[in-house]
Design a protein around this ligand. Structure first.
Ligand code: FES
Length: 136
C-alpha cells in the first residue's frame, strides 16, 4: 500500500470512529428507556415496621424510608431531600421527617413543613400483601 492510500484509509477509520463516538451517545440519549422493565419491587415484612416506627431500604438504587403511622398507615418515601440531596430520617418523637444537612422538616406524607426544601419528598408506590409490604 502506498503512503497516500494508507493515510486515506487511516483518515477514513478515524473519521468513522469520531462520527460513531458522537452518534452513539446521541442515539442513547434520544431512544426511549425501558425503565419499567428493569425496575424491581422490594419486599419487606410488616413486622419490620412497627406502628410509629420506620424502616430504611433501597429500592432500585433509591434510598427509601417506610413509615408505619398509627393513623395514616404505611407510607413509603424517597429519603433524598429535595433541597440538595442529603438523606432524610424519620424522627418518631416529633413524627416528622428531618433533613440533617440544612434542617428541612417534612410531614410523614413528605410535605414540606419548614426549611429550604423546595418540593415534597417523592412518594414511592407501596402495596400491602399479607404479611409483606411491596415497595417500588
Ligand atoms: S439537603 Fe436537605 S435541607 Fe438541604
Amino acid at each position: 500500500m502506498e503512503r497516500r492510500g494508507f493515510l486515506k484509509s487511516l483518515f477514513s477509520v478515524l473519521s468513522l470512529t469520531a462520527l460513531a463516538s458522537f452518534i452513539y451517545p446521541l442515539f442513547k440519549f434520544l431512544s426511549p428507556r425501558a425503565v419499567s422493565a428493569r425496575l424491581k419491587k422490594v419486599t419487606i415484612a410488616r413486622k419490620d415496621v412497627p406502628a410509629g416506627g420506620a424502616f430504611k431500604v433501597n429500592v432500585n438504587d433509591t434510598p427509601v424510608i417506610v413509615i408505619h403511622h398509627p393513623n395514616k398507615g404505611y407510607i413509603a418515601l424517597s429519603r433524598v431531600c429535595t433541597h440538595l440531596g442529603c438523606l432524610v430520617d424519620y424522627d418518631s418523637a416529633t413524627g416528622r421527617i428531618i433533613c440533617p444537612c440544612h434542617g428541612a422538616n417534612f410531614t410523614v406524607e413528605g410535605k414540606v413543613i419548614s426549611g429550604p426544601a423546595p418540593r415534597p419528598l417523592k412518594k414511592m408506590p407501596l402495596l400491602l400483601k399479607g404479611d409483606s409490604i411491596l415497595i417500588g
